[in-house]
Design a protein around this ligand. Sequence first.
Ligand SMILES: [Zn+2]
Length: 285
Amino acid sequence: MATVPPPGQAPYGQPPQQPYPQQPGQNPYGQNPYGQNPYGQGAAGQNPYGQNPYGQAPQGQAPQGQNPFGQGQQPYPQQHAQPGAGGGCTICGGYPAVPATVRGHQGFLVMMKFLKRRGTFCRSCGIAIHREMTTKTLWQGWWGIASFVITPVTVLLNLGPRSAFNKLPPPTGGVRPPLDPGKPIFGRAGAFGVLVPLIAVAVIATAIITDNSASTASVGDCVSKSGSNYDPTVKVVDCTSTSAAYKVAEKHSGKHDGDACGDNYAEYDETGRGDDFALCLTPLH
Ligand SMILES: [Zn+2]
């Protein structure tokens, strides 16, 4: 620092013109030759860096509840003046408290995010964190392929710390009120996210079960026909249905040029979808 003096000033003499005097035991900025603390914080004799440069969460004030970096990361884990340093709750300072890691998961189409909240938590704060992170995971966790596995694992892993919190008595002796545990997880709207995978499975299963396209037809099935003779739409229907028009007499796989069935049947061909087939049909009426 100060290796290049401003032009026109003596490089190393004359303390009043020396921009950054290095006198041991004194705050260099406390004797600022310009008469002002250049950083706008800290009066003379105070280290301006002793204050949180982010302007949030000074020591001893809700460092976790107002964490500017989001969940799972604590910007100043080594501070000693904050709650939790003496074995009490990281958040409220209350006792008793247990060390725990509560997890969350967010799935996205191509990426995912693992959330982690590590600390020493009392019953109230621990349950509050568990409920919040688990509920978020239940609706944010599903939106990726791998997440379908990771989300349930995350929820299961959280049962361990949750049961530890449950065993604690209510906290006492905190330096501030503990977090409000709030509603149970299944009293929160986000918990309905647990239905996402069930709905997805149901939709897929329904699509498979209700697929009545011609490709699903087997010999003996009945089909309906709508549309023109040149571009018909053929669906598998129950033979007792009034829309049943033909019975499938033969089914041929592979490429055909409209000649798979001979003259005895009406023929329905499907080509160009990678799974060519022909249905040989007998009219029902
Ligand atoms: Zn607490």
